[in-house]
Ligand binder design. Structure first.
Ligand code: ZN
Length: 297
């Protein structure tokens, strides 16, 4: 008997997955803020080694959680959409929707769904890439260099002139230091949070390329996406035969890639809304769309 995709359940899983990935980025941001708060502005240049170690370790941990979560999500969505279970990390023989939901619920920390214990047919293939820890560490170090170390160096160079400036009183200097710390917090958490979620996004993207059962993906946005992400989400499914373009996430972006296994998939309401907005916009440059979108949204 043909399997009927469990569309409502899939949409609930998608929403829970997006929120859980966003929460992982937020958890990383909190840890980074904590590490920064432990250092005085004037001591930052001397604490870069410790800060980098804290930054890289926090990314590694949250990225590992993002990776594991994305595989449980992929397996669950695939089973809900096709009635078949895929192998790979976390696969257990005799899988059914019940345990797949249970795994997903555990990783998201929320009971989003449950399912029957009726054993499903298995595709033993493992399409999931192994986590590339070295590459991940390298990206985290590069990000730290750009977002933190380089900025600190520039800030230190500017300090003597600031301190010598008659136009700036003590309060002005304190504000200047504070603003700088704030910029390290925001820049570091945006770029680091992207790496955290990329661990999950990359796993999904690479898996669907290597999974004959997958036909493409769509973009699930957060609750207030930027004009670019809204546009991408409004375009709906990206079929893997036609386009293999990169996902195109950016700092402070919490969009996720959702794999599609059946032409009978359903998009979240938000994606349909963005598609409608784009039609009403009627076409034009990206800059025009940006203005149109930010006026409405
Ligand atoms: Zn986004």
């Amino acid at each position: 008997m043909a399997w009927t995709p469990r569309t409502a359940e899939i949409l609930r899983a998608v929403a829970a997955y997006q929120l859980a990935q966003e929460a992982l980025a937020a958890e990383f941001a909190d840890r980074w803020a904590e590490a920064l708060a432990a250092v005085e502005a004037r001591e930052i240049a001397g604490s870069l080694t410790e800060l980098e170690a804290a930054y890289v370790a926090a990314i590694r941990e949250s990225a590992a959680a993002s990776y594991t979560l994305s595989i449980a999500f992929y397996r669950l969505v695939r089973a809900l959409e096709t009635g078949r279970v895929i192998g790979g990390p976390g696969y257990r023989p005799g899988a059914s929707l019940g345990p797949l939901w249970a795994d997903f619920n555990t990783l998201t920390g929320k009971r989003t769904g449950t399912g029957p214990r009726e054993v499903l047919p298995v595709d033993t293939r493992n399409p999931f890439p192994a986590a590339d820890l070295e590459r991940e560490a390298r990206r985290a170090e590069e990000t730290f260099l750009n977002q933190v170390a380089d900025r600190v160096e520039k800030h230190e160079r500017e300090r003597p002139a600031r301190e010598g400036s008659a136009a700036l009183d003590d309060a002005g200097l304190v504000a200047w230091e504070k603003e700088f710390l704030e910029s390290l917090k925001t820049g570091g958490s945006g770029a680091g949070g992207m790496l955290v979620q990329d661990a999950g996004r990359d796993a999904v993207q690479l898996a669907l390329q290597d999974d004959p059962g997958a036909i493409g993906y769509f973009r699930a946005t957060d609750s207030s996406p930027c004009y670019f992400c809204a546009l991408m989400a409004g375009r709906g499914a990206v079929y893997k035969s036609k386009r293999t373009a990169a996902f195109g996430a950016h700092p402070h972006c919490h969009c996720q890639a959702v794999p599609i296994f059946s032409r009978r998939y359903q998009l979240p309401d938000a994606n349909d809304k963005f598609a409608r907005m784009w039609r009403d916009f009627g076409g034009g440059s990206l800059a025009d769309w940006r203005t149109y979108y930010s006026d409405l949204y």
